[in-house]
Design a protein around this ligand. Structure first.
Ligand code: GSF
Length: 202
């Protein structure tokens, strides 16, 4: 298997952390999707990373599909409950976290445009999604130790990647100050080797 990704992608970091928590070995192929000569389109028609290329050259995307596939590769540290309501709740956490990231990425990319071309209403709309998503995460987590159940799941991994990417790229979203329970939760996640070994580097 090989993972085609970038070292700064929060979606790729989610996959890398799933691999680390499940002790899955995988080659990492760094790819800059924004480069004029990127070849990512050969692996994902949407031109996005991460892409997981299996040993038979089957390409899996996106990060949610990859995470779900990896969870079934080995019984080590199951990260997604088997079925029904429990599974849906963890996948909803992942949707909330990835949705926070999606809105953050939309702001980050809009800010790269010439100032005169930046859509201020668009940025405001996306910022509203980030704020509301982070507030919902804080509300849902409450004073519990984990997003779901009694141990780490994909929910915690996805939320941690989203919040840490915000801190890395859009520090004006001061979630640590606004939500002490999220700060305590992410402090705990950052102490895990899977997080410490996947810190985004430009
Ligand atoms: C999102 C991947 C994505 O937007 C997933 O894997 O969960 N739903 C997908 N990746 C970005 C890089 S980074 O922001 O992670 C990407 O590849 N952007 C290139 C483009 O053309 O949008």
């Amino acid at each position: 298997m090989k993972l085609i990704a970038s070292l700064t992608s929060p979606y790729a970091r989610k996959v890398r952390i799933v691999m680390a928590e499940k002790r899955i070995e995988c080659e990492f192929v760094a790819e800059n999707v924004w480069a004029a000569d990127t070849r990512v389109g050969e692996f994902n028609p949407l031109g996005k990373v991460p892409v997981l290329v299996l040993d038979d050259d089957l390409c899996l995307y996106d990060s949610r599909v990859i995470a779900e596939y990896l969870d079934g590769v080995t019984p080590v540290s199951r990260l997604i409950p088997e079925g029904g309501r429990e599974r849906a709740l963890v996948k909803r956490w992942e949707a909330l976290a990835d949705g926070i990231t999606d809105a953050g990425v939309a702001i980050f990319l809009e800010r790269k445009r010439d100032a005169a071309l930046q859509g201020t209403d668009w940025i405001k709309r996306q910022a509203g999604k980030v704020e509301a998503g982070v507030a919902a995460a804080a509300r849902e987590l409450g004073d519990r130790d984990w997003c779901h159940g009694v141990g780490i799941t994909l929910a915690d991994i996805a939320l941690g990647c989203a919040l840490l990417w915000l801190e890395f790229r859009l520090p004006q979203f001061s979630w640590r100050a606004q939500h002490p329970n999220l700060k305590a939760h992410v402090d705990k996640l950052e102490a895990r080797a899977s997080f410490a070994d996947s810190i985004p580097r430009v």
